[in-house]
Ligand binder design. Structure first.
Ligand code: AMP
Ligand code: ZN
Length: 463
């Protein structure tokens, strides 16, 4: 079997991956905070996790995968532990309860993931449904002397953890304790809240009783509590975006390892950002693009998925109309081939499959794997065998090529036929603006149009 090499943030190097237990690989990833639409950066990270999972499945492993839903109202300035509760902000914005906001955005998130072709996790775990587990973990830390109390909550004492900051190489954090940082009542800048007290006289929509008083859990504790509940005290792989390394994942490690005395996670896998210009795409910067934007611009979720596959997950990705258009053209060519190839069982090309395995085993090198797909497409195998090989690759890519149906021109609705004639005329007159406009209009009828040397070619949009 091909050995899978994964870049482990903990060791800052590629390591050969082997699961702890033969039965299944345990995989956890930090899911969304459901108070707003997710942006395409969040979805890129979710697709990276899915590609990792599909790669493990391809290499014959079983995978037990958990994703959390952060539906507890954390504070907008989580690092400082101040600011407003995100869920309450969402509730006020939409004039509904915090719970209703959480459920609405959870549903939208899952629907978009389905369109993008992600395999659902073994279990989605909501923070609000695991308050007892979070309290139990805090009690354990308290018994071991890792906590202290301030006027606004129970805090983790990071100096008591001799390994604190190992994931991010943050040893110097402790030195900053005396620096001029406003730490409030915290003993050290890197200490963090495990439990926050509800402010006196303020009734919050989301608050729970606890041994320390009514309040709500800190931001990090849910992931430790839920990951360990479902996957065990030591898990194989924990994934997320790189923004989570210095604080969230660092604190997950601190509280989990201090509670159990065991290694929390063997492999940390982090995906790079989707950027806008030079900056990270993020809700707080207000520079976000959503899946709605992708479709409004005339692209399908598969176009976006294909685009993400062309960049290694540890490299930044900039998503523009131009890059999406190039991805769409490439994806449509593959789709067109699959649609028209004879639907008979073929033989997978062993040599090409070996090259594919080699690419994905090298820290999930999807750009190289996509190049192998094009080799197959342009190669000399029969169409039946090419189709078999590409569909086998697609078990990892997740482009849902198997679902494509053969289209005949007769099956096109009249309105689309008419728009195609108009577009053909517009192009003959070099009226590119009209041609682009007609492409978008055709898209609204559920068809993508491509320009090939033989003229316009139409494929049905997948969803
Ligand atoms: P959040 O809802 O902000 O907690 O983010 C959910 C997931 O998306 C986390 O794994 C983040 O690391 C990831 N993420 C946030 N912003 C980006 C971005 N611009 N590009 C890629 N991933 C991101
Ligand atoms: Zn987490």
């Amino acid at each position: 079997m091909t050995e899978l090499n994964l870049f482990n943030t903990l060791s800052r190097s590629k390591e050969i991956f082997k699961p702890l237990k033969k039965s299944a690989v345990t995989l956890y990833n930090c899911g969304p905070t459901v108070y707003h639409d997710q942006h395409i950066g969040n979805f890129r990270t979710a697709m990276t996790v899915d590609i990792l999972k599909r790669t493990l499945l391809h290499f014959g492993y079983q995978v037990k995968h958990i994703t959390n839903i952060t539906d507890v109202g954390h504070l907008t300035d989580d690092v400082g532990g101040t600011g407003e509760d995100k869920m309450e902000v969402g509730a006020r914005r939409e004039g509904v309860s915090a719970r209703a906001v959480a459920r609405k955005y959870e549903k939208l998130y899952k629907a978009d993931l389905t369109l993008l072709g992600n395999i659902p996790p073994f279990k989605w775990t909501r923070a609000t449904e695991h308050i007892d587990e979070q309290i139990a973990l805090i009690k354990k830390l308290e018994r071991k002397g890792y906590t202290y109390r301030t006027s606004d909550g129970i805090y983790f004492d990071s100096v008591r953890d001799t390994d604190y900051g190992k994931l991010a190489g943050l040893k110097s954090m402790k030195l900053r304790a005396g620096a001029r940082v406003d730490v409030g009542e915290k003993k050290n800048p890197s200490d963090f809240a495990l439990w926050k007290f509800a402010a006196a006289g303020v009734k919050r929509q989301m608050e729970w009783p606890s041994p320390w008083g009514v309040g709500f859990p800190g931001w990090h504790i849910e992931c430790s509590a839920m990951a360990m509940k479902y996957l065990g005290e030591t898990i194989d792989i924990h994934a997320g975006g790189i923004d989570l390394i210095p604080v969230h994942h660092t604190n997950e490690i601190a509280q989990s390892e201090c509670a159990t005395g065991k290694l929390f996670v063997r492999f940390w896998v982090h995906g790079a950002f989707v950027i806008e210009g030079e900056e990270k795409m993020s809700k707080s910067k207000g520079n976000v693009k959503t899946m709605e934007w992708i479709t409004a611009e005339g692209f399908s979720p598969q176009d976006y998925r294909y685009l993400t596959l062309q960049t290694h997950y540890r490299k930044e990705l900039s998503v523009t109309i131009e890059s999406l258009r190039a991805a769409q053209v490439a994806y449509n060519q593959i789709a067109e081939f699959i649609r028209n190839a004879p639907r008979r069982a073929g033989v997978v090309n062993k040599e090409k499959m070996a090259a594919f395995d080699c690419a994905i085993a090298d820290d999930l090198n999807m750009p190289r794997a996509i190049a192998v797909l094009w080799d197959v497409l342009r190669g000399s195998d029969t169409a039946v065998n090419k189709r078999a090989t590409i569909l086998a690759f697609d078990e990892v890519f997740g482009l849902q090529l198997k679902r494509l149906k053969k289209d005949s021109a007769d099956a096109l609705p009249d309105v689309v036929k008419k728009l195609l004639i108009d577009r053909n005329n517009a192009r003959a007159n070099k009226n590119w603006a009209a041609s682009d406009h007609l492409r978008s209009e055709i898209r609204t009828h559920g068809f993508d149009v491509m320009d090939t040397p033989e003229g316009q070619s139409v494929v049905r949009v997948l969803y």
